[in-house]
Write a protein that binds this ligand. Structure first.
Ligand SMILES: *Cc1c(COP(=O)(O)O)cnc(C)c1O
Length: 408
């Protein structure tokens, strides 16, 4: 989003035109940014075959998925519904990786029937596949117990995490592979989101290589994701170029030692789409109390729950008054529940009716939205090649009631 002559623009389109066309609340995605991030990630790695799979739980609009597919990226799915969505968007089964957690065997069976690559993180499920689908190739998700991630709820590699098969249970896994003749074609780790330090990846990758030596028929190693993007102006971010440099080197060395050119996989969600998204809301009220000035907007935790769920920071701009006097606000929603987007936040002076913009609204924002307080979920707009498109309608009363069964 660029500021020019006191107006914000995305790909040359004034934000005012977007708001006049679609009203608020509205999610807007700039596809140029997604393309930039894909290109940057691809350029950072120097390995024989890099496979990027987009974690679609971050953003699941089918138009975005189609573009990401066109740009040579596969799909990372965590549910059979995400696989179905991916297939509908045009991904081939072999371009989809399914990495579920705590799902029932019948869902794993569905994924097998659909022909996607499966990563298993549960010993009984390995046994189930060995007994029922002996010829299906599977990946194994390992928990290396490396602490990482920006917040407890998004750090999934620690010792008491429910994700992955513990590195300490590898002897048992290897026995199963032997006795059931499991066809393990890949290893997977995902240590958490928002990993700052390239060193964490290195530690995890060393554990990975050590483990990989014990499997004879690998085709890929999947490093999951956790690449951190900037949220504040001048925020720290994972240095993807440095990560690519270091990881490519160690990976190529490992391949030599292993005697085979393996594929290196990544499954970024946030890295590809966080920065492409902007969430626009309208200020309903300015409410002054003895201690605080609240700006109450036409949205809440029903549309953007990340600040309340894991204290995430979203930069907020007043697009109606970009160069106004900076003042301090608590920016809150209209939900009857405490839903504070930001406390003591400096924003240029806000008046009722002003349009505010939340940045980094591409990942885990719309996909986590709900109907709490019987509010409609917002619309989604895509800006692509200089034009804007409505890609999801705002909900209506019909949507809210459609699954209710009236029996009285
Ligand atoms: C959520 C998830 C990702 C994506 O994580 P980001 O931090 O958004 O990049 C990748 N792989 C798996 C298995 C996930 O569950």
């Amino acid at each position: 989003m660029e500021l020019q002559d006191n107006q914000y623009y995305i790909q040359g389109i004034p934000i005012k035109e977007i708001i006049d066309t679609y009203q608020t609340p509205v999610y807007v995605y700039d596809t140029e940014i997604i393309k930039r991030q894909i290109d940057r990630l691809k350029a950072a790695f120097h390995v024989p075959e890099l496979g990027i799979h987009f974690a679609c739980k971050a953003l699941n609009n089918i138009n975005i998925l189609k573009l990401i597919h066109q740009w040579g990226v596969g799909l990372d799915a965590v549910s059979v519904q995400e696989i179905w969505t991916g297939l509908k968007a045009g991904f081939k089964p072999e371009e989809i990786i399914y990495t579920p957690n705590c799902v029932a065997p019948d869902e794993v069976e569905m994924a097998i029937e659909l022909g996607v690559q499966i990563n298993i993180d549960h010993i009984e499920t390995l046994e189930f596949i060995g007994h029922n689908y002996p010829n299906v190739k599977i990946g194994i998700r390992i928990n290396p117990h490396v602490m990482a991630g920006g917040h407890e709820k998004i750090s999934v590699g620690h010792i008491d995490s429910k994700f992955g098969i513990s590195i300490y249970q590898m002897p048992l896994v290897l026995r199963l592979v032997e006795t059931l003749k499991l066809k393990v074609n890949g290893l997977h780790i995902h240590t958490g989101s928002d990993i700052l330090d390239a060193g964490v990846f290195n530690l995890a990758s060393e554990i990975m290589y050590d483990t990989a030596k014990k499997f004879k028929d690998l085709e890929f190693i999947d490093f999951g994701s956790g690449i951190k993007v900037p949220y504040k102006p001048d925020d720290v971010r994972t240095d993807v170029e440095e990560l690519g440099e270091v990881l490519s080197k160690s990976f190529n060395n490992f391949c030599k030692e292993y005697g085979k050119k393996l594929k290196l996989y990544f499954e970024p969600g946030k890295y590809l789409v966080s920065e492409c998204g902007y969430f626009f809301v309208k200020t309903n009220v300015i409410k002054q109390t003895p201690s605080t000035v609240f700006a109450g907007v036409d949205s809440g935790l029903n549309h953007l729950i990340r600040p309340m769920f894991y204290d995430s920071y979203h930069h907020i701009l007043n697009v109606s008054n970009p160069t106004g006097k900076p003042r301090v606000y608590n920016i809150v929603g209209y939900i009857c529940e405490t839903d504070t987007f930001a406390s003591d936040r400096v924003v240029s002076e806000i008046h009722p009716g002003d349009i505010l913009c939340f940045k980094n609204a591409g990942a885990y924002c719309f996909t986590m939205s709900s109907n709490y307080n019987s509010r409609f979920r917002p619309s989604e707009v895509m800006i692509h090649e200089g034009k804007h498109y409505l890609i999801r309608q705002r909900e209506t009363m019909e949507d809210l009631l459609k699954n209710q069964v009236e029996v009285i």
